[in-house]
Design a protein around this ligand. Structure first.
Ligand SMILES: [Zn+2]
Length: 185
């Protein structure tokens, strides 16, 4: 019974995800948003692992051992959507992404935004080999621009139209010590 339930949950999650992709440009409808339990299933660990695998390969970060964790808001810095902590010495990195339940965003937009966090943190990781003597704000701008360019190439013209609609543009905010970086809301 347990297994059936989990399988059902996964199917519902997948359906939600597919709907999410096709309805991504729909206007916010908070009143019809699913319950917290359903919302959690919008993005599974398997899905974030899949995004990590794709983008880590594309960014040629294969020499890094990277893990991605779905965490609650309390496990992130205030007003952030993600976090990266890495060890240059061990070539390991941990990415945290915000649990869909804690997203202040229409459910349809959440999967793409969590993928955006994964890409964003991997671009930070890409830059981590450079000397960190520049402005954090400049780095954040560069990371945001590169992330949007990569996702734009991945999604095609539809992506540019969605950005122009102003639904998914992140604000710039970044002030973290060496060895970690957060994605601001
Ligand atoms: Zn950042």
């Amino acid at each position: 019974m347990m297994i059936v339930n989990q399988a059902m949950k996964f199917v519902v999650g997948l359906l939600t995800l597919l709907c999410g992709v096709s309805l991504a440009s729909a206007p916010p409808q908070s009143s019809s948003d699913p319950s917290a339990v359903d919302k959690q299933a919008i993005v599974t660990q398997a899905q974030v692992d899949h995004w990590l695998q794709i983008w880590q390969k594309r960014l040629a970060l294969d020499e890094w051992k990277v893990q991605v964790h779905i965490v609650r808001q309390i496990d992130l810095n205030p007003d952030t959507l993600g976090h990266l902590k890495w060890s240059s010495e061990n070539h390991t990195a941990d990415i945290k992404v915000l649990d869909p339940r804690d997203y202040d965003m229409p459910s349809a937009l959440i999967p793409a935004d969590i993928e955006r966090t994964v890409v964003h943190e991997l671009v930070h990781l890409e830059l981590s080999v450079l000397p960190r003597d520049g402005s954090r704000q400049v780095e954040e701008q560069v990371v945001n621009r590169m992330t949007e360019a990569l996702l734009g190439l991945d999604r095609g013209d539809n992506y540019a139209a969605r950005l122009a609609a102003g639904t998914v543009q992140p604000k710039l905010r970044h002030a973290m010590p060496t060895g970690d970086a957060a994605r601001a809301k």
